[in-house]
Design a protein around this ligand. Sequence first.
Ligand SMILES: Cc1cc2nc3c(=O)[nH]c(=O)nc-3n(C[C@H](O)[C@H](O)[C@H](O)COP(=O)(O)OP(=O)(O)OC[C@H]3O[C@@H](n4cnc5c(N)ncnc54)[C@H](O)[C@@H]3O)c2cc1C
Length: 457
Amino acid sequence: MLTGAEYLESLDDGRITIFEGQRVTDLPGHTVLGAAVHRVAAGYEWLAANAVDGQSPLAGVPTSPEELRAKVDVVHHAGMMAHVTYTSIMTLATAAGRIKDAAPGYIEPIQAFIEDAHRRDIRITQCITDAKGDRSRPPGKQDDPDQYVRVVDRQADGVVIRGAKLHITGASLGHELLTIPTKAMKAGEEDYAIACMVPVNAPGVKIINTTYAPRHADTRDFPVSGKDAAPEGFVIFDDVFVPRDRVFLDGEVSLAAMFAHSLGLWERLGGLSGMADQADMLVGLAQLVAESNGLAGEAHIKEKISEMIIHATVVRACLEACLTHAQIGPFGAAFPDELYTNAGKYTGAANYSLMVRHLHDIAGGAIVTAPSISDLESAEVGGLARKYMSGASGDGEYRTRLFHLIRDLTADAYGGWQAVTAIQAGGGLYAQRIVTRKHYDLDRARALARHAAGVEA
Ligand SMILES: Cc1cc2nc3c(=O)[nH]c(=O)nc-3n(C[C@H](O)[C@H](O)[C@H](O)COP(=O)(O)OP(=O)(O)OC[C@H]3O[C@@H](n4cnc5c(N)ncnc54)[C@H](O)[C@@H]3O)c2cc1C
């Protein structure tokens, strides 16, 4: 297993990663990106401290609903990069099961990579979303053929790929890029049916980073984003050579969607488990700020918090259901139930803005105007700031810190990122609606309706 220090050293591998127009040569020491890098290192340390027989608890594919549940908890604790790595490995394991009969030649390279990834204890990010150009046109009908990642050259020992994958969470902080088609492909689109694994430092890979990490010198006013702000990567493949043993699909258009569909399940399971905890935290925050404002007993406040509790409970119920109803699939791996996973992720995402609306309504304007911690420490105004921030709790700093957390989570740069992420990450609401409908037993629902109406088919 890698230590945190070894992880930090591993990033010094010649990778081309850019932030605001400048090449980043020291990721751990970078003023804006550095905190996220150290957070990943801390995740490695946490996993080492929780190792089982010298093995990372991240390693291994779950083979029962109980193991799946335990893995979800581990991934949740170990941080974003552990989450995307686990999701990538499970995507490959799932896809291997789905393509094994139609394209058996790819199973060995996929399984060899999974073993190698566990042995090296690396972090893998998921490159699915293409630039896509004109959304109304398929890959092969774009004015610029590079709008979807494609093979531009096939050689005896590998392929050369070109294109870009956008919004890739943590791309610059990992070691390998799982690169897979974003959608189904048709005959004539063989060059776009490419799935492969690309090292972050491969010649031709260039990553532009964006981040919602706070730029303030004092991050105490940013209790979440000050510590936890994985950058998003705009990953460019500028004619990148991929050796044959790292190619997991090349040209089989009928199988192109298998990888993205496999990933969708695991990505949404991660999203759903994050949303379940997040919803409970928003409920707790609403209750604490209501108490601190002296209004926790007010009927309209209690009604809003009750509505938040119902939402949080329904999201958690979907998480519980998708784990409890996990199915054992190819190679003995345990898979969360698709219907509950997708319906739960959709519900969490679609109602997120309602949770935030209630929280903002309950808390008041100090969400965006509360003084900073350093203001509270000021010899000149600190005492007065504490006095007037005290509310019903009697402690101005306590109430101020609640407001800082609400702003950071829901009303500042990270809050904006959260709002968009809830809707778009994991494929967007539209994708979750499609998958939910596909797995719902519509025939049973129709039969029930017919029976109640007293009509036959
Ligand atoms: C913070 C964040 C992190 C992310 N992390 C990752 C990651 O790690 N890896 C990764 O691969 N992706 C990641 N994504 C990307 C995410 O999956 C996409 O944002 C999402 O799939 C939507 O794609 P898009 O942004 O290109 O928007 P678009 O595809 O342009 O969608 C915008 C809207 O147009 C609709 N639309 C698009 N095309 C059509 C069409 N042909 N017909 C009808 N309607 C259409 C969509 O349904 C949607 O409503 C992340 C996104 C965010 C915001």
